[in-house]
Design a binder for this molecule. Structure first.
Ligand SMILES: C=C(O[C@@H]1C=C(C(=O)O)C=C[C@H]1O)C(=O)O
Ligand SMILES: NC(=O)CC[C@H](N)C(=O)O
Length: 823
């Protein structure tokens, strides 16, 4: 059975495709966009499909930009007629084509459940009680009686404030043609009844209609997609990992292998301290401008592993800026520009890069043996959606000068230390070339006879870690800074204050509140269901003289943030001229070497503090508050449905029977200042065919929890909504903002991008860059002070209160700002 799904740029379409696939026997589901083809191209193609599903989407069914060719389906000439099921926007389009009236809901329903009122007929045959999820601002009114549209189900909305009730049409069918429509979302994870049942009934009725009308479906030609424009749902595999080939590298004559040793951690040494000690051994200090260093730090549940990535002069550092046609690889004093091939994007390029560096012989107990560590910006994700970045100058040619603020920055790490805080183990590893004569000779420690320099390094670091973590070991006193360290006057005792105060420039409250309200106007018009509105705060502080001080501000900031805001996905990333210090609670995506992908979106926030002198909210109270809050549940549900869709893109590829599962729905996690609502979504990619989680990463950015749903439209709206957040008399945001609001020029930069690793053994783990601060060296040089950026925000829904959203943004912001104040 070939079923065609027509997508209207929604973030739930692939969930609908999955529902059809698992409900209709032998269904092969093909998904295309509503503007991939003209009606002229589409109509003859429909003879090859058994049925069509017209999916949901942002915007109005009256807007040709929102629905594309969909209205033409309802006017199919009789010989081409076939069974069609419309969902939400698809349903609205069907009903208005045959005389229904489109209206705005008086109470917008996004991610909320309603009891379905139906009489057990037609597609509701055999269905009992059903509670269905709704994502809509618009609805259709059918004048009664009506000769074309037959209403099939309703929901009753109660306007508590006005004490009014309204029946809203939830499903309908055409009286004579094989067209059905449902206003609700049968594919949502929280739809109970009214999901698989109605698809099964639709399919039975569709087959009956086809039989009665003598309709015969023609075989689908193999090349049918070539008859229409490019379709990005027909995902081509990115990560060309040879699935079962032996370890190989770019030097086939000298096969490289993972050199690894595991030692037991006898004392509770923190990863920053371990990092400091290890760098001291290499005569370096972490975080100093010019000293690159990588630490992915797990300091709270459910995080487990911390990774220290060492960067030597020969380490390959890879950068890319959106719009460029080259990838830049810096190593020692050389800079190589590798052109992107036609139709190759940065994600594919990196997949090829890693495909040439795959290892199979590391220790399975360590998630990282070596490989890429770094970050990509929010804008790098936006570019994958095909959304333009108005902030970037329009240029005919890519810039010949490497950007000092790249959108993607990774190092290919060869030497690493991985700390397992559950099993108290440390893995010391190298994937470097273990020759006796090194390109970067380690004169102080000549290689032992049993191996080359890398073996020697692993042994030396292992012995050192054993020594310093031995409980009987007394470390030499740490040298004290020779200059005073900066301290804020805002919180610190003024007698100790030796430095001028921090300058903190948060967004303007009036502008923030007005953007929340504007966001809600878009939601009421049906343009989006949820939008994650954010703003950057700029923090300026005096620059420390790194030649005289023992500790850089960045490193100190990291350690302070880590202590104040323990997080499962903390990080200190200093690469090129960018420094990122983070304490994220949110995993974006992890994947194991055998292809199990996990996403853990956070959406829903309750602050712990009830105000001065009052007891904090307890975990049990927070659980009750979350579960009793339709607003928080709706926020989370919308992102769960979005993530299921994003993950399905790779997991449930055409023909695959794999399914995406929600393994944890609406759990409450406790952090230093807030409780968060977290869900877990999992699915397995087919490693046997060379897929990895990288395919998922490349196709799921930016993280849905930082955009809202539907993703593409929400991102476009955010470019307008966030553009008003510029600092007074400002000359700079991560990229110079453009004053014309309609054009949009604001960028989030590193904030709300992702950071993490992709291991040469195949696994990976990336977190969402929130509760973090970043800075660019070139700005510090220009201004003579350190300029940091801290982003914060939250999901805005129809149920949001603008003042509460401002407070929520502030509490998230303060979880990072506090670290500056306690420096
Ligand atoms: C936008 C932020 O956080 C995001 C928004 C959340 C929410 O709306 O509840 C929760 C976690 C993040 O996905 C932030 O921390 O800046
Ligand atoms: N989920 C949808 O398809 C929404 C349809 C339309 N944009 C509305 O808000 O009513």
């Amino acid at each position: 059975m070939n079923i065609l799904v027509i997508d209207s740029f929604d973030s739930f379409t692939l969930n609908l495709a999955s529902l059809l696939r698992r409900t209709i026997p032998d269904a092969i589901v093909h998904v295309i966009h509503n503007n991939d083809f003209t009606s002229h191209q589409l109509i003859p193609l429909l003879q090859h499909f058994d049925a069509v599903a017209v999916g949901p989407g942002p915007g109005s069914p009256n807007d040709p930009g929102a629905v594309g060719i969909i209205p033409d389906i309802w006017d199919l000439p009789d010989p081409y007629l076939l069974p069609v099921l419309g969902v939400c926007l698809g349903h609205q389009s069907l009903c208005i084509r045959f005389g229904g009236r489109l209206e705005n809901l008086s109470i917008v329903k996004h991610g909320q459940c309603s009891a379905l009122e139906h009489d057990g007929q037609d597609i509701f045959s055999g269905l009992g009680i059903a509670k269905v999820v709704r994502y809509h601002s618009l609805h259709v009114v059918i004048p009664s009686p009506h000769d074309a549209i037959v209403p099939l189900a309703w929901a009753t909305d109660v306007d508590v404030e006005r004490g009014a009730k309204q029946r809203i049409l939830m499903a309908a069918r055409h009286r004579t043609k094989p067209f059905w429509g449902v206003q609700y979302h049968p594919e949502s994870i929280c739809t109970i009844g009214g999901g698989e049942d109605i698809i099964r009934n639709f399919w039975t009725l569709a087959q009956q209609w086809s039989a009665e009308n003598g309709r015969v479906t023609l075989p689908l030609p193999e090349n049918w997609r070539q008859q229409i424009n490019y379709d990005d749902f027909a995902l081509t595999r990115l990560a060309c990992r040879p699935p079962s080939s032996p370890s190989h590298t770019t030097h086939p004559k000298q096969p490289l292998r993972v050199i690894a040793q595991a030692v037991t951690l006898h004392s509770d040494v923190s990863t920053p301290l371990l990092g400091e000690a290890l760098l001291a051994l290499e005569h370096e200090r972490p975080g100093l401008d010019g000293h690159e260093f990588l630490l992915l730090d797990s300091n709270a549940e459910p995080g487990r592993f911390s990774i220290i990535g060492f960067i030597s002069p020969t380490t390959a550092r890879i950068t890319y800026t959106v719009g460029d046609t080259v990838v830049r690889i810096r190593s020692s004093s050389t800079l190589i520009e590798s052109p992107l091939a036609k139709d190759e994007d940065i994600w594919t390029w990196l997949a090829h890069y890693m495909g040439n560096r795959s290892f199979l012989d590391g220790n399975d107990a360590s998630p990282f043996w070596g490989g890429l560590i770094g970050y990509s910006t929010y804008e790098c994700g936006v570019a994958t959606l095909g959304v333009d970045l108005p902030s970037r100058p329009k240029q005919s040619k890519p810039s010949p000068i490497p950007s000092t603020h790249p959108d993607l920055s990774f190092a290919f790490v060869e030497r690493s230390v991985v700390v397992d805080r559950v099993d108290s183990l440390v893995h010391i590893q190298s994937i470097g070339n273990d020759t006796m004569t090194d390109h970067c000779p380690d004169h102080a420690n000549p290689p032992s006879v049993e191996g080359g320099v890398e073996t020697a390094w692993v042994k030396r670091i292992s012995s050192f870690i054993q020594l310093i973590t031995d409980p009987s070991f007394t470390p030499a006193p740490t040298p004290q800074p020779t200059t005073p360290v900066p301290a804020s006057t805002q919180n610190a005792d003024s007698s100790q204050t030796l430095w001028p105060p921090l300058e903190v420039e948060p967004p303007n409250k009036t502008q923030y509140i007005s953007s929340v309200k504007r966001t809600q106007e878009y939601l009421a018009q049906g343009e989006s269901y949820e939008i994650c509105l954010t703003a950057l705060t700029r923090v300026t502080l005096p620059r420390l003289d790194s030649t005289t001080s023992c500790e850089s501000t960045s490193w100190r900031l990291f350690k302070t943030l880590r202590a104040l805001n323990p997080a499962p996905y903390g990080c200190f990333i200093r690469l090129g001229g960018t420094t990122l210090v983070g304490s994220s609670p949110e995993r974006f995506l992890s994947w194991t070497r055998d292809g199990l992908c996990q996403l853990r979106p956070i959406k829903g926030t309750i602050k712990k503090s009830r105000g001065a002198g009052k007891p904090e909210v307890t975990l049990a109270e927070a659980e009750d508050m979350f579960l009793g809050s339709p607003k928080e549940i709706a926020e989370n549900l919308m992102i769960v449905d979005l993530i299921r869709h994003d993950l399905s893109r790779v997991v449930c590829r055409n023909g695959s029977r794999e399914e995406v599962r929600v393994t944890q729905l609406f759990s409450v996690e406790e952090y230093e200042a807030v409780y968060q609502l977290v869900s877990v979504i999992e699915g397995r990619v087919d490693v046997g065919r060379g897929y990895t989680g990288w395919d998922v990463l490349a196709r799921s950015l930016p993280p849905g929890s930082m955009t809202g749903a539907p993703k593409k439209r929400s991102v476009e709206l955010l470019q307008i909504l966030e553009n008003s957040f510029v600092w007074p008399q400002d000359t700079f945001s991560p990229r110079t903002p453009c004053c014309d609001e309609t054009e949009g020029g604001h960028e989030r930069g590193v904030y709300s991008g992702v950071c993490g690793y992709w291991c040469v053994g195949g696994g990976g783990d990336f977190s969402v860059i929130i509760r973090s601060a970043f800075k660019y060296d070139d700005e510090c040089e220009e201004s003579g002070s350190e300029r940091w950026y801290v982003g914060a925000g939250g999901a805005i829904t129809a149920l949001s209160d603008a003042e509460d959203e401002w407070e929520e943004m502030k509490i998230k912001l303060s979880s990072t700002l506090r670290a500056f104040e306690h420096l």
